[in-house]
Design a protein around this ligand. Structure first.
Ligand code: SAM
Length: 355
């Protein structure tokens, strides 16, 4: 990877993929879709439940969660992960809902670490992390992302509606003390809500060495209140920071990572921008998801999915499950379609899918 001067031009490698002439789904070899995208990354949700009610994700009152009988049991989670690994998944991220609400989370991490993924990570809101960070690391967790949308206690409370900033900052310290590094901090940027903290978060990244990832607000909130005018574009985020501390883009055109990375030109650390709305990176997407109730989804915005849990509970073999995963990937559309006329949001919101 090489650093180049900051650029806010469209990224050609991040446009939509071209169809390649594959006329039948391969039943062995890489986990590939009809457009030739090889899938290596799985987001596995261990619960749809969350203890926060972030404005961009869940309603303040009336959030409904799945009955526990519908969730994948620990053995089922591990089996699906093992099958996913056998068909080509090398990177696994645990998510939710809030994954640390799952009582067996340390056991789940330990058993998944045994599967042999190259990368095993977890995304959390940080509210329950500090007491178990060391146990998670000892169980084999390699890295962690912590969500934090404001560095001002009162605003944090108004966005997240539960929990406290102090707890989340303490969780970041605990994660680093446990060796869960590099620590990434996820910030959903919303116009008129926290976009006046972009420079504060950049200063935070410089001061702490943590990789702050600015995420464009996506139409995945349970209350369906999202408006395009609420989105602060990745370009605007970069421009705002670049005016204070010049940035250099890290050229990773071959990368499937959702974040476009930038380093501070003076060597003061790095940030990322996840511009799913304004600069979709579907052309390089290598991700699939399994929801907490075991549905395989080939895209955050997919409007169809297939239940691995039902197959598994009906007695499917590992080979059957592997084929089901391949079929789900094979069906993937060229892009998420968010900017197409007639775009329809998925039925599930972010916390029900697993971000
Ligand atoms: N509970 C964990 C957490 O808070 O990080 C993991 C699940 S959460 C759904 C995963 C990520 O999705 C978080 O970083 C969160 O900020 C992000 N997210 C949720 N709703 C979003 C939305 N509408 N647009 C963009 N990001 C969103």
């Amino acid at each position: 990877m090489t650093a180049t001067p900051v650029s806010i031009r469209p990224h050609p490698a991040r446009s939509r993929p071209r169809v390649t002439a594959l006329d039948a789904m391969p039943t062995e070899g890489p986990l590939v879709d009809r457009y030739g995208r090889v899938h290596r990354d799985l987001r596995l949700s261990v619960t749809d439940e969350c203890n926060l009610r972030c404005t961009y994700c869940l309603p303040e009152v009336g959030a409904r969660f799945l009955p526990h009988s519908q969730l994948l049991e620990v053995d089922e989670l591990v089996r699906i992960a093992r099958v996913a690994h056998s068909v080509g998944i090398t990177s696994l991220r645990l998510t939710g809902g809030e994954p640390l609400l799952r009582r067996e989370i340390v056991e789940i991490v330990a058993r998944l670490a045994d599967v042999g993924f190259d990368d095993l990570s977890l995304t959390t809101n940080g509210t329950r992390l500090a007491p178990i960070a060391a146990s998670l690391a000892a169980a084999g967790l390699q890295r962690i992302n912590i969500s934090c949308d404001s560095l001002r206690p009162e605003r944090f409370a108004s966005i997240r509606r539960r929990g406290s900033l102090d707890t989340v900052l303490a969780a970041m310290d605990a994660a680093e003390a446990a060796g869960l590094v590099p620590l990434k901090v996820n910030v959903v940027v919303m116009a008129g809500v926290n976009d006046d903290e972009i420079v504060d978060f950049a200063a935070f990244a410089r001061r702490t060495g943590r990789i702050v990832r600015f995420i464009e607000y996506m139409p995945l909130d349970a209350e369906q209140a999202w408006k395009r005018s609420d989105v602060v574009s990745g370009d605007d985020i970069i421009r705002t920071i670049d005016e204070v501390w010049p940035l250099e883009a890290v050229d990773a055109a071959d990368s499937s990572a959702p974040a476009e990375r930038f380093v501070f030109a003076d060597g003061g650390g790095s940030i990322g921008v996840i511009a799913s709305v304004t600069r979709p990176f579907c052309g390089n997407c290598d991700r699939m998801r399994i929801t907490a109730d075991g549905a395989a989804r080939n895209c955050l915005f997919a409007r169809r999915e297939s239940s691995m849990r039902d197959l598994l509970r009906a007695g499917a073999s590992d080979a059957d499950l592997g084929i089901a995963l391949r079929e789900e990937v094979w069906r993937k559309l060229p892009g998420h379609g968010m900017n197409d006329p007639g775009f329809i949001r998925p039925r599930r919101s972010m916390s029900m899918i697993g971000g």
